[in-house]
Design a protein around this ligand. Sequence first.
Ligand SMILES: Cc1cc2nc3c(=O)[nH]c(=O)nc-3n(C[C@H](O)[C@H](O)[C@H](O)COP(=O)(O)OP(=O)(O)OC[C@H]3O[C@@H](n4cnc5c(N)ncnc54)[C@H](O)[C@@H]3O)c2cc1C
Length: 490
Amino acid sequence: MQIFMLKRNLRLQDSAPFFHAMKSVRRHGNVLPLYIHEPEMIRQPDVSRQHQAFIRETLDDLVSEIETLGGQLLELVGDAISVLERIHASKPITRICTHRETTQNSQFERDNQVRQWCLAHGVELVEFEQNGIARGRQQPLTFPEYFSQSVNLTLKDPTGTNLSERFEKPQMPSCSLQDIPNAQGVDKPLRQTGGRREGVRALNHFFTLQNLNQYPFKLSSPNTGWDGCSRMSTYLAYGVVSDREVFRAVDRVVTEGHQRLNSDQFQTLQDRARFYLDRLTWRRQYIQAFENDPSLETQCMLRQFNGVREAEFDQALFDAWKSGRTGYPYIDAAMRCLHETGWINMRLRATVVSFATMNLWLPTVKVAQYLATEFLDYDPAIHHVIHQVVAGTSTFDGLMVYDPIKQGLDHDADGTFIRRYIPELADCAGPEVHHLQTVSGHKNVHSKTIVRPYPEPVVDHRETAMKAKRRVRNLQKGLADSGTRQIGLL
Ligand SMILES: Cc1cc2nc3c(=O)[nH]c(=O)nc-3n(C[C@H](O)[C@H](O)[C@H](O)COP(=O)(O)OP(=O)(O)OC[C@H]3O[C@@H](n4cnc5c(N)ncnc54)[C@H](O)[C@@H]3O)c2cc1C
């Protein structure tokens, strides 16, 4: 019997492991689709209730999809090895087909244990690469090569076929929902819904001529980004939709544009499509960087930064930032929006991380760890690398400290986003919400009634930005860190 192991590859479409397992039934035996709820993985500090709920919704879709094809998804609770032992004892496993993942250390370690177990039990383990990521001595394709290879492939979709003869009937019942331990935290009321149907709906909804054309103008503001971005990240992060399916959606819109637009309009559309694809190029670059150096989950890429911010860690500042009470409305609205929805757009993510690591001088790894639980689309391979880039602790080019007031003025000029998430500031009209120091009395309006008064800024953003830039530059050059003594000179 073969196992088709589902992890962060929660789909049947464009799934090489599913396809190859199904194709080789005669040689290797029937196929049992398996998802393991591993208590140790669920309890990791970067896993939260919203992630688990998203996975649940996705598994529910998979259960019915597999049933429609004539099979059953087996869900069990336990560590991967003991679950495999149990199944192997009930009927010998000949082969495990799954995706190769670039993921957090705990899950990478689990994958290593599965490898060892397979070796010891004479079980063939086939891990199919995904996202065009190279491991070991393999050379990755360039992005254009990978893109054109992907759009020229015929993507396999088993929908509508009867595969009942090829599926293995589970020898044991699936676990009940009560057996699965809960991850930390609470679910988020306004997060995206999981599942293949929702993933495909989001894909079809975004990839139109109009949306792709408007994307560059909508992605940077939290007011327009919600609908103006593709919102594919969570579906990509859990493998509900593959990167190749997204490439093909872009290609489909461009082909449609070629048929319908004049040459100038078509040229513009191509530029917009390239602009969108740049993001997927970065995605792949970051994943490859993490694949090459998984220590970035716990260490700074430039090792001289290790321990520097930690030495000055201020719990009160960390708490103020996390709870959206720093006295910087744009930052606080972003953090509170995250609490409710699990998503903010890319520029705003960079702004809150810059504020945390530069203005508040909070440790990069601690900030990344917290946001991992807050971002529904948390993908360790992307997440940890980008944090290092924003915090200046990486070898990537460009050091930028985002001004929290200017970012608000540029991308939420009339304060709509801020007022939506900060009820304390409901009495500040229009753009005055960005200049609280000049607005008299606003803090008292609500303090006597329903909400706590909005706090004073916890730091001076200009002063702390200058100090942080100086310290980061010095550390990047390998100079001794003398930041606190230099503040008077700045
Ligand atoms: C500090 C920080 C942490 C981040 N953590 C994550 C994370 O854990 N998971 C994650 O998927 N993205 C992460 N991003 C990247 C980016 O913010 C999100 O991918 C994007 O906001 C998701 O929304 P979307 O799908 O609508 O993106 P779109 O704007 O529609 O972009 C399309 C796709 O491109 C990819 N993408 C977009 N921007 C980037 C980027 N800067 N780097 C890499 N890939 C990108 C995503 O897969 C996204 O779905 C992070 C960015 C920052 C600054």
